[in-house]
Design a protein around this ligand. Structure first.
Ligand code: SPD
Length: 357
């Protein structure tokens, strides 16, 4: 009987010890998750001074990671191995995340700075009523080129990229939607084409562009063009604005067939541990002075109306990077094409890249 009592006491002590340990670990995790914010953003897409400013103002430490495509971001978030409190995907990817239950609805009462966003950038089809996302930057996809090197050449049509004089000159992003989209645009098809015959036609046409392609790249596109190591590229307007800021010999144009207008918005992934801090961060980035500072640093176009007042006219008055609604209404947004069609776009893009080798 005595032995049984002793064993019972040991078990009780062990159980209490385990409970205490669990309590300590949980409270430590709670403490650390309240005091850190894990942010997942595109590369080169925030002024680091704003990270420091946010940390000083809130006492929350930012853990920062970057991605280079919506697809890479989606895979990482969907797999769930790493948790993020903030992510900054584009339009169609936001719609996909929403559909897959990967996002937390925003509490608008905690983001009063939403009032500074131009209504033109609110309530867009990929996220009605901005239930899950707040506007960060926006832009277009077009052609940047060096008119001094490519003398007598004009880029009025996407088809001009197939000109024999551009042998081994063009830089493209390593991104399926952008490259397949450009092929579709050159045939005057929709950027959201789902007809497989048309998609195959676009891919075959892109294969014939191979001799003109210098490289398929990421953020290094900016360095290559600004340093005149390449004379032409198909780039997002924000990258073009940054490159032209470094080297004003270059120009940015959108061909007559039209292009993609895109929106990168801030979201809170469903796995977020610091939802309160995430709202603080969103509101901080939407503060007009912070948004203006970020715009000057990153070079992309801000959707924040009030931030425009803090920016020089040479930035906000440049219609290449701040085209009016009359222009962008003619452009197309990428839609969420669903799992099967997305896989087909990715497959075509992979085949196109293999064709180059
Ligand atoms: N280096 C920052 C890149 C941001 C690009 N966002 C544009 C996405 C278009 N789908």
């Amino acid at each position: 009987m005595k032995k049984v009592m002793q064993m019972f006491t040991v078990i009780i002590i062990l159980a209490l010890g385990l409970m205490y340990l669990t309590f300590v670990l949980n409270s430590q995790q709670g403490y650390s998750s309240r005091n850190t914010l894990s942010v997942y953003n595109w590369g080169d897409y925030i002024d680091p001074d704003l990270i420091t400013k946010f940390e000083k103002e809130t006492g929350i430490k930012i853990i920062y990671q970057t991605f280079d495509s919506n697809e890479a971001m989606l895979t990482k978030i969907a797999h769930g191995g790493t948790t993020f409190d903030i992510a900054i995907p584009s339009d169609y990817a936001i719609n996909k995340m929403k559909e897959q239950g990967l996002l937390i609805p925003l509490d608008h009462s905690k983001i009063p700075n939403l009032k500074y966003i131009d209504p033109r950038f609110l309530d867009l089809p990929f996220d009605e009523n901005n239930e899950y996302s707040a506007p960060y930057f926006w832009g277009t996809l077009g052609i940047i080129y060096n008119p001094e090197v490519l003398e007598d050449m004009e880029f009025k049509s996407w088809n001009d990229l197939w000109d024999e004089r551009l042998r081994n000159e063009i830089l493209l992003y390593d991104s399926a939607r952008e490259v397949i989209g450009m092929g579709l645009n050159s045939l005057s098809y929709s950027l959201n084409e789902t007809d497989t015959d048309r998609l195959l036609e676009a891919k075959r046409k892109l294969d014939t562009l191979t001799p003109n392609i210098k490289a398929i790249v990421g953020d290094e596109v900016k360095m290559l063009l600004a340093n005149e190591e390449a004379a032409i590229g198909v780039v997002w307007s924000g990258d073009a604005s940054e490159i032209i800021g470094e080297n004003d010999k270059l120009d940015y144009v959108i061909p007559d067939e039209g292009t993609n207008v895109w929106f990168d918005n801030i979201v809170i992934p469903a796995s977020a541990k610091n939802v309160e801090g995430a709202h603080l961060f969103i509101n901080f980035m939407l503060d007009p002075e912070n948004a203006a500072q970020n715009t000057e640093y990153v070079g992309y176009s801000t959707p924040n109306m009030k931030a425009l007042a803090y920016l020089p006219e040479e930035i906000t008055g440049d219609v290449r990077f701040y085209p009016g609604r009359d222009i962008t209404d003619k452009f197309e947004l990428y839609e969420n094409l669903g799992k099967k069609m997305t896989a087909y776009y990715n497959e075509l893009f992979l085949e196109f890249k293999m064709h180059r080798k």
